[in-house]
Every structure is written in structure tokens, then in C-alpha cells.
Design a protein around this ligand. Structure first.
Ligand code: GDP
Length: 393
């Protein structure tokens, strides 16, 4: 499906940049427009792919292009004040050619954390197309203020979008490595998962010999109803066969072998579905209780089959307890991989969010205590003990 991507803040801009590269590399044709919004001029200048006229610097009168630090309340204020400038960039997007907006931001900082929910609210007021969010949670080693920012932004962002897809940096941190060291790899992981998901809805029926191609309306229906989503992924290398059958049948031309090959394809698909659902999700959570799910099987058409996808879909129904599990193909000729991408929408059992909120509340209490204490200290410094001195005015 065709998206208008808007990256808010540094993480948001970098991820949109990566999406554009992915789109060009794979020819998946999902990025119809790419916009970056920031309060920091240097961050906008560091982007590579987003056109210059689609980079919007906001808050110049307040922060003079230097960013808002990690102050997400200021980020939200500035976004509200300068929303017309953001709208100016969006005005140049042919919105009638877009299936949805996707607003991307890291939720732990200031600009994206505060601004992304403001923009989502604005877009929903103006356009009829769905407005989705992609929110990145900070690593737990980033400290209390980032956690507090993320918890407050998460709560606000979910309310303002049609669906909030979440990626948790903490779950993707490599052991012994700080999260910032691995952002490039993490961003690749993000665009691969979401690129396959949204790319699936971009294939026209009949373009490939496919049994049941995922349609963009199936993605939209899975995301509709709101709430929080997470995405699973698993892949396996396959050998590309020249004909319609698998490698085995091509070598032997034997129909028994062709059956065997079909069974092999089916089994591979079902095991990839399990791996994707039970492996590391973009936001780790219990999959049981998910409201809706969408299974996308991507790969060379001869390695996809309806039976495997149907079995995988049934298994997902059992595991999630959901009555609304969709599934289909995303044929990609010439790809050396078969990949399973699972969108779980309306997840509610997410221990990580509860933990984030707990740490955020502690951080908030600490900040209040420290502020009170430093106010008391300052008061006792500047006033004389017996209150004998008078201020000038
Ligand atoms: P902002 O510019 O004020 O919105 O803040 P940033 O986007 O720089 O940072 C916000 C949060 O996003 C950080 O706390 C990190 O958790 C995360 N982050 C920053 N850069 C990246 C990135 O390139 N990739 C990912 N996945 N997360 C990032």
C-alpha cells in the first residue's frame, strides 16, 4: 500500500530515510511521500534521502534550530505552534494517491515524543485516510527521563492514531552493546519488517502467479479498531527454481516428488509462521488475546502455497484466540528467501509497557522531589537567617 511517511525528530527522520532506501533497493513502491520534521537543524541536514523541500524545521523562534533537548512538553508546544509549516510540506503530497499516513518517532526524546501525537491529531482532523503511528520505545539504559517521556508520549500517541505500531529498542539491544551503537542495524530491522508488511498490499492481483495475494484493505482492516500492534518475522533461505515447481521436481520431473515438494513447502511455511509469532516481536508481548492478526508469506511464488498459509493462519487463530486472522501471499520473484511477517493488532498483554510506566512514575516522583529540594536549598541560600534584609523590589 502507498504511504505518506512523516518522520518526527531524529529517530523518526532516520527511519524514514531508511524506508526510502529500502523502497528504492527492493522496488516495493510503498513510499509515496517522505517528510521529516525537526526542531534541530543539524538533524535535518544529516538526512540523506528525504528531499530538501520536505525537511521542515519548526520552533525556530523558540529554540533557534538547536532542538528542544529531551523536553517533550516543549516539543508538543512547538509542534502545535508551527503545525502550518508541517502542513505546508504535506500540501505538496498527492494525498489522493496515498492509502495511509505513517507518523514515525522515537518516544523517549523531545521533538518526536511531543510532536508526533500533535501531528497525528492534526492529520486525523483534516484527512479521511487512516493515520498510523510507529513509535520507538527507548532502551532501559537510557535513563528515567527518557522512560518518562516515552510513557507519556505512548499514552497520548495511541489515542491520536488509528493504530500505534511499536518497536522496542530495549528488546533489540545487543548484549554488551549500548543501543545507540546498533541503531543502523535496528533501523534496518524496522524497515525490513514494516517494508514487507506494507509492500504486500502493493502487489496487484495477477501480477504474479499467486494464490491469494494480500490486499491493502486487509492491512487496513487488521489495523482498524485502534490500539497497539507488534510485528513478528522469520525467514529461511530457499533455492530459486526456474520453473513453477520446486527444485526437487525440476530435477526429477516426477509427480511423486512434486507432492513431496508441496508437503515440504507447506511444512516450511507453517514452521516459519510459528517462528515469527514466537520469536522476537518488535514489541515483545503475549500473543494470546490479540484482537486481530495478519499473516504475510513473502518469497518466490513457487515456494508459497495456499495450504501452508491456511495452516499457519489456523494455528495463529488458536494461539491468539482471535476470530479475525487474515493471511495471504506476497510473491517476490527472484528473492532467495521465504519470509513470514505477522502483524498482531490490538495486543493488550504487554509486560514491557507496564514496566515502562512503573519506571516512569518513579522517575516522575524523583524529579518532583529533586525540584522541591533544590527550591528549598535555593530559598535557604538567598534569604538571611533572621529575615533582616529586604529585597530592593
Ligand atoms: P528527538 O529528536 O528529540 O525526537 O529525539 P531522538 O529521536 O534523537 O531520540 C528519541 C529516542 O529515540 C531515543 O531515546 C532513542 O531511544 C531513540 N532513537 C534515537 N535514534 C534512533 C534511531 O536511529 N533508531 C532507533 N530505533 N531509535 C532511535
Amino acid at each position: 500500500m502507498k504511504l505518506a511517511l512523516i518522520g518526527f525528530g531524529q529517530a523518526g527522520g532516520k527511519i524514514v530515510d531508511k524506508f526510502v532506501q529500502y523502497d528504492q533497493r527492493t522496488g516495493s513502491d510503498i513510499v509515496r511521500a517522505a517528510v521529516a520534521v525537526n526542531t534541530a537543524k543539524a538533524d535535518l541536514m544529516g538526512l540523506e534521502e528525504i528531499p530538501q523541500d520536505q525537511r521542515v524545521l519548526i520552533g525556530q523562534s523558540r529554540v533557534k534550530g538547536h532542538g528542544v533537548g529531551a523536553d517533550n512538553e516543549l516539543g508538543a508546544e512547538v509542534a502545535e505552534e508551527d503545525i502550518d509549516e508541517v502542513q505546508g510540506a504535506i500540501d505538496s503530497i498527492p494525498v489522493h494517491e496515498v492509502d495511509a499516513f505513517l507518523v514515525i518517532a522515537g518516544l523517549g526524546g523531545g521533538t518526536g515524543s511531543g510532536g508526533a501525537p500533535v501531528l497525528a491529531k492534526h492529520l486525523k482532523r483534516i484527512y479521511t485516510e487512516p493515520v498510523y503511528g510507529l513509535g520507538v520505545l527507548p532502551g532501559s539504559d537510557e535513563g528515567g527521563i527518557y522512560t518518562l517521556n516515552a510513557a507519556r508520549s505512548f499514552q497520548t500517541f495511541v489515542r491520536e492514531v488509528d493504530n500505534l505500531m511499536v518497536f522496542d529498542n530495549d528488546a533489540w539491544r545487543k548484549t554488551g552493546e549500548s543501543v545507540s551503537g546498533g541503531y543502523d542495524e535496528i533501523n534496518e530491522e524496522i524497515v525490513k519488517r514494516f517494508g514487507i508488511l506494507f509492500g504486500a498490499g502493493e502487489i496487484d492481483q495477477g501480477q504474479e502467479v499467486a494464490e491469494s495475494v494480500v490486499d491493502s484493505s486487509e492491512i487496513i482492516n487488521t489495523l482498524s479498531g485502534g490500539g497497539v500492534s507488534t510485528v513478528g518475522y522469520a525467514s529461511e533461505e530457499v533455492e530459486e527454481a526456474a520453473g513453477g515447481g520446486g527444485l526437487l521436481s525440476r530435477l526429477t520431473g516426477d509427480s511423486d516428488d512434486e507432492n513431496l515438494d508441496t508437503a515440504h513447502t507447506t511444512n516450511r511455511i507453517t514452521s516459519l509462521v510459528r517462528k515469527a509469532a514466537l520469536g522476537r516481536l518488535t514489541l515483545p508481548c503475549e500473543i494470546e488475546g490479540s484482537e486481530r492478526a495478519l499473516l504475510v508469506m513473502a518469497g518466490p511464488p513457487q515456494h508459497l502455497n495456499r495450504k501452508g498459509i491456511e495452516r499457519g493462519r489456523k494455528w495463529l487463530e488458536e494461539q491468539t484466540g482471535s476470530m479475525e486472522v487474515r493471511g495471504g501471499d506476497y510473491p517476490v520473484s527472484g528473492s532467495g528467501f521465504v519470509a513470514s511477517v505477522i502483524l498482531l493488532s490490538g495486543v493488550t498483554n504487554v509486560p514491557r509497557i507496564k514496566e515502562l510506566q512503573q519506571v516512569a512514575i518513579e522517575a516522575q516522583d524523583n524529579i518532583d522531589d529533586i525540584q522541591q529540594e533544590s527550591q528549598d536549598n535555593l530559598d535557604s541560600l538567598i534569604s538571611d537567617d533572621e529575615d533582616e534584609l529586604e529585597s530592593l523590589f
